[in-house]
Design a protein around this ligand. Sequence first.
Ligand code: HEC
Ligand code: HEC
Length: 428
Amino acid sequence: MKKLLLTFSCAVFNLTAYSAVPLTPEQQLGEALFKDKNLSFNHNQSCETCHSLNPIPSLKGVQGIVPGFVDPSNVKGISPISVGSIPRTTGTLNAPSIAYASYSPEFGWDEDEQIYVGGQFWNGRATNLIEQAKKPLLNPVEMAMLDELDVVNRIKSNPKYIKDFQKIYQLNISDTSSDKAIQDTYTALAKAISAFEQSGTFNKFNSKFDYYLAGTTQLSTTEKKGLDLFQGKAGCSGCHKMDVTVDSNGNTIPPLFTYFGYDNIGLPRNMAIPGNPFADLGLGGREGIPQTEIGKHKVRSLRNIDLTPPYGHNGIFNNLDDMVHFYNTRDVLKKVKDNNSPEFAKTAWAAPEISSNMNTTQIGNLGLSIVEEKAIVAFLKTLTDDYPLWGNNPVAVSTKDGRVPENSPPPIISTKNMPTLKIPVRIK
Ligand code: HEC
Ligand code: HEC
């Protein structure tokens, strides 16, 4: 584990984690590119289409107040997967939240733990955020641009970009005379987007739970019970890790609720995905990775999880209650054919889409009561950011427990305050 955390700390380069910090010129350029629909085949789609920066106003409660960085049509239950720039093209995976993605270390093999960790995407196939950002633009079921030159031609039609790339990267993006010039511009574009993804916009650390850790708010009795179960009987924190880390610059990194590893929790096939595609093979389906890793997907951060239904790589669960019920009873309830059965998620589950590597030691039969399941869900809802905003909103929350004043800065937790909580602190 020591080595893992070392890589982890190094990954946190130049991180301006707090939303109060203004964006750098490079991050501002990244934001403009992130929102630019002109960078898609039909001029109708940007990164933001599937990773929205805004709350979804039509939704009730906290979901209508705080952005979740996911595809609004997925959250609204219209479809588990997203539509591309070209009509009727769709992917096969649920668009994840990209908040806190910048904390994932580069993809690699951890010698000490003998496991793969890090990377971007459900199967980690992009080494880091820069390599990731190059992909959706050219993906035929996403932004569907033909090639790098096609993208560079679009950005060079914007005089502001010409100036910004020159100033920030000393690049003349109008020069498309050589493959090197095109690739340099394309990489700079991805770098700008990744800089924006490292900004406070995506990494706020101001959830109710963060204020609780800092000692400035209380959890309700149910939420506290959920936290205890999460770390105890239910064993969630075995994978959704809650360590507080301190990086080499002395910055405290609050719990991220993942160690960025991979596992197979045995999700059944989701019949709601158009075209009923083949099962996604996950980590083991990647080029260069042994087939023995089949069925494993990335352990996700659970920050903002209440805002990002549906859940799982194939978006099979529409709410947190079903997800927690699945962890609790996967190996206990009977099996029906598939998730179209009316009994599914009530009195039955369906077979795992991929049974190799399914984790049967930590999950599947947790022995939780329904009351305990609900407590875990209540705890998960404390992980939603912008607590000063939603915690004070009487429409979003009915209880008055533990509110913090509006416009409170993100709590910078002190590792000295930790001992009363069962949260390990690791110092690099
Ligand atoms: C059509 C919808 C769509 C668009 C447009 C889109 N994405 Fe995504 N994004 C997805 C889906 C679906 C996944 C998961 C795919 C996978 O894992 O293979 C994903 C995954 C990601 C991830 C990985 C997160 C993680 O934790 O593993 C990042 C980062 C990301 N997208 C950023 C971007 C950026 C930057 C852009 C614009 C250049 C973009 N996306 C455009 C749908 C989209
Ligand atoms: C053995 C490791 C492990 C344990 C223990 C575990 N999880 Fe997970 N969790 C994962 C993996 C891996 C995924 C992604 C699986 C996939 O999509 O195929 C995941 C996904 C999730 C998701 C959906 C994330 C998203 O963005 O769609 C939620 C919610 C979740 N877990 C909550 C919990 C809770 C609550 C517990 C305890 C009851 C728990 N997990 C225990 C490994 C684990």
